[in-house]
Design a protein around this ligand. Structure first.
Ligand SMILES: CC(C)(COP(=O)(O)OP(=O)(O)OC[C@H]1O[C@@H](n2cnc3c(N)ncnc32)[C@H](O)[C@@H]1OP(=O)(O)O)[C@@H](O)C(=O)NCCC(=O)NCCSC(=O)Cc1ccccc1
Length: 138
């Protein structure tokens, strides 16, 4: 599966644009709602570490931006925003071509902390990384 043409989600694109580093990386937003946020980052040489594998920092940045928007969309009434206070990543497969596609879902949308799970998969649907984060409610 290598879908290269997408229709970017307009609301999600605006939300991601509030994070300058996400915009700098060139993250594309595919779906955006409180139950699921999906985005992707295209493999390119300058995002790699040794051996042509996408750098862990790029993958974590993709996951963090996607989870941040998911947490934002799950904020309790009257709250303004979130910030990442904890992040755990398992890198289970190298990504050497195509896209890293991140799917973030809320595990626990709490009053003080929102826990978000994010899976990153390759274009064949294979798991590349699993990220669990805690986002503090501000
Ligand atoms: C290779 C291994 C480490 C271990 O694999 P296992 O757990 O034992 O699992 P399994 O045996 O099921 O194989 C799974 C897949 O791996 C392949 N494979 C297995 N053995 C080898 C081998 N010896 N050599 C080559 N490939 C091997 C295997 O064919 C299969 O792929 P396939 O299904 O055929 O397509 C795997 O987990 C991996 O590549 N993880 C990703 C690491 C990565 O890219 N990190 C980010 C960059 S680092 C960074 O940037 C640091 C940083 C971090 C954070 C912030 C800043 C900086």
């Amino acid at each position: 599966m290598t879908d290269t043409q997408i229709t970017p989600d307009p609301v999600g694109t605006q939300l991601f644009a509030t994070m300058p580093f996400a915009a700098e990386l060139g993250i594309e937003v595919l779906d955006c709602g409180p139950e699921l946020v999906r985005s992707r980052l295209q493999w390119r040489e300058n995002l790699c570490t040794l051996g042509g594998s996408m750098h862990g920092g790029a993958l974590m940045s993709l996951a963090d931006a996607t989870a941040a928007v998911c947490a934002f969309l799950n904020l309790p009434a009257g709250k303004q925003g979130t910030t990442t206070v904890e992040s755990k990543t398992n890198f289970v497969r190298a990504l050497r071509s195509g896209h890293a596609t991140a799917t973030a879902t809320p595990l626990h949308p709490g009053r003080s902390f929102i826990v978000v799970e994010t899976e990153i998969r390759d274009d064949a649907g294979k798991l590349v990384a699993k990220v669990t984060q805690t986002q503090a409610v501000l």
